[in-house]
Design a protein around this ligand. Structure first.
Ligand SMILES: Nc1ncnc2c1ncn2[C@@H]1O[C@H](COP(=O)(O)OP(=O)(O)OP(=O)(O)O)[C@@H](O)[C@H]1O
Length: 235
């Protein structure tokens, strides 16, 4: 179980963009964070990953307190972040990108890559090709595949379907659901709120650095207030 309590942090002088966020994600569960632009969703994810230092609060995975660890230390414990942008090395091949993902345990790179290729055959077919030649959806798939090379227990995904058309976005969501169904805990930030909630277990609305609402994803999807504010009021 990922347990985040009282998370506070931000950037330089603006050190309270996130003003006290708490959440839990169990193995096999998808928790999606939605909310208006600038609410601090991506910042919260970066604080959980260790990319940004917390001013206050704690991040625990099971019995381990990860709060004082850097991103690499947290990844060693099983908490792996997939950024929204610059998440693959375009000039390198897919195989080389996966190798980099295995930096924590290079000796297991071959074995992990075999699993990843079995899961994502499109990457296997293109393994010798440059990542820069991939479509948007394929690139996001590769970004998740790189993270999987570290054998994560928790994946932190920052807008995995950003800038994707509905069909590749649906494929990415399906792949994410598959990872959760195998026991990985997923904490995801998404702008594509309606589709994200449809495949999530729980959701959390962040407004101005705080948790404004949280609950079961399907109930939130039906909530008139959430629909009006975040889902375009659509039925
Ligand atoms: N690198 C940075 N340096 C300083 N301020 C930043 C930085 N990145 C984001 N911010 C500020 O932090 C606040 C929250 O941004 P954040 O990206 O976390 O919001 P968000 O909820 O993820 O919104 P969006 O969906 O627009 O990305 C905003 O006011 C933003 O301007």
């Amino acid at each position: 179980m990922l347990t985040v309590e009282g998370l506070v942090g931000g950037y330089g002088a603006a050190d309270e963009v996130v003003k006290g966020v708490g959440l839990t994600v169990a193995p096999g569960e998808i928790l999606t964070v939605i909310g208006p632009n600038g609410a601090g969703k991506s910042t919260a994810l970066k604080l959980v990953s260790g990319l940004l230092r917390c001013k206050a609060g704690s991040v625990r995975l099971g019995e381990s307190d990860l709060s004082s660890l850097d991103p690499q230390g947290r990844a060693r414990e099983g908490l792996v972040f997939v950024p929204q942008e610059r998440n693959v090395f375009g000039a390198l091949t897919i195989a080389e990108n996966l190798d980099i993902g295995a930096y924590l345990e290079p000796a297991r790179s071959h074995e992990r890559a075999r699993d990843v290729y079995a899961r994502f055959p499109l990457l296997a077919e293109r393994r010798g090709k440059a990542a820069g030649a991939l479509s948007g959806g394929q690139r996001q798939t590769l970004a998740m595949a790189i993270a999987l090379m570290a054998s994560p227990r928790v994946l932190l995904l920052d807008e995995p379907t950003a800038a994707l058309a509905p069909k590749p976005a649906a494929e990415i969501f399906k792949a994410i659901r598959g990872l959760a169904d195998e026991g990985i805990a997923i904490l995801m930030v998404e702008q594509n709120a309606l589709a994200a909630l449809a495949m999530s277990d729980r959701a959390l609305v962040m407004v101005d650095g705080r948790v404004a609402m949280d609950g079961e994803a399907q109930a939130m999807r039906q909530d008139p207030e959430v629909r009006r504010a975040f889902l375009g009021g659509r039925a």
